[in-house]
Design a protein around this ligand. Sequence first.
Ligand SMILES: C[S@@+](CC[C@H](N)C(=O)[O-])C[C@H]1O[C@@H](n2cnc3c(N)ncnc32)[C@H](O)[C@@H]1O
Length: 273
Amino acid sequence: MTSERQMRQEPAYRCLQKLRGLVEKENVSAGIIAEVDKAMDLLKARNDFCEQQTTRPSQDLQQLMKSTLQHDWQKAHDQGQLDHIPNTLMMSGNLEVQFFRTLASLGNVKRVLELGLFTGVSALALAESLPEDGKVISCEIDPYIANLARSFLDKATSGKKVEILNAPAQESMERLAQKKQQFDLIFLDADKPSYVQYYKMIFELGLLAPKGTILVDNALFFGDPYTKERFMGEIGDGVTQFNEVVKDDNTVHKVMLPIRDGIMMIRRKEDVD
Ligand SMILES: C[S@@+](CC[C@H](N)C(=O)[O-])C[C@H]1O[C@@H](n2cnc3c(N)ncnc32)[C@H](O)[C@@H]1O
């Protein structure tokens, strides 16, 4: 079942929640309250239906998702190993990762660059659809999270295809470019305020292989790019600016997919036209 926390990424749902509170206070008929409840249930049901229609995660992926949810983040924080308690909602959901797996399996995808690893869910999902000699290089800034992800990935069959670079993504991107590395798929999912910078660096450093694809997570970030409500404040502004930069970039073909919190898919124009 889609969680309440996840539904709050959807502005229409938040609006209905507010309306639900208002109609309860006012003297409105039970029929009106029931219709508001129905609208909220329908939004959830749509998400649930998409999940149910989608291939289940592998045992390894299920275990990784479970380990992420069960991990004692509070303890790590209290012991000073983490400077904040991560929101486990950052981990990609199954609908999203099965979509990534479909893309990675379409052919010619062997090398993936991920900016923003967290516990390794999306990295492992992508690795599972790569050929034996395929590789996911994933950038993670936090040493505690990078080590934890490594320990989770080492328990998964395809985890060996994931290499972790524990450094700020910008630094890792520079180093990869110096080694003339290129990637068929680049998944942008690190800190949102740096999205524009990452996007520019990908092209300036030549990290995207010919016919490569960029995937961008949280492209609809809580609705901020289209509601302009700034529900997520400055972090949301980063995604809003990113969307504007991509929209104005005539060299690329782009498609905004309303999957979960939004996925933007970007390819060079000449590869699509
Ligand atoms: C949204 S999570 C990634 C989720 C993961 N891709 C998944 O789908 O399961 C973002 C991660 O990026 C990391 N991060 C934030 N800023 C970063 C930076 N400048 N360089 C590298 N990693 C960064 C965070 O520590 C966090 O673990």
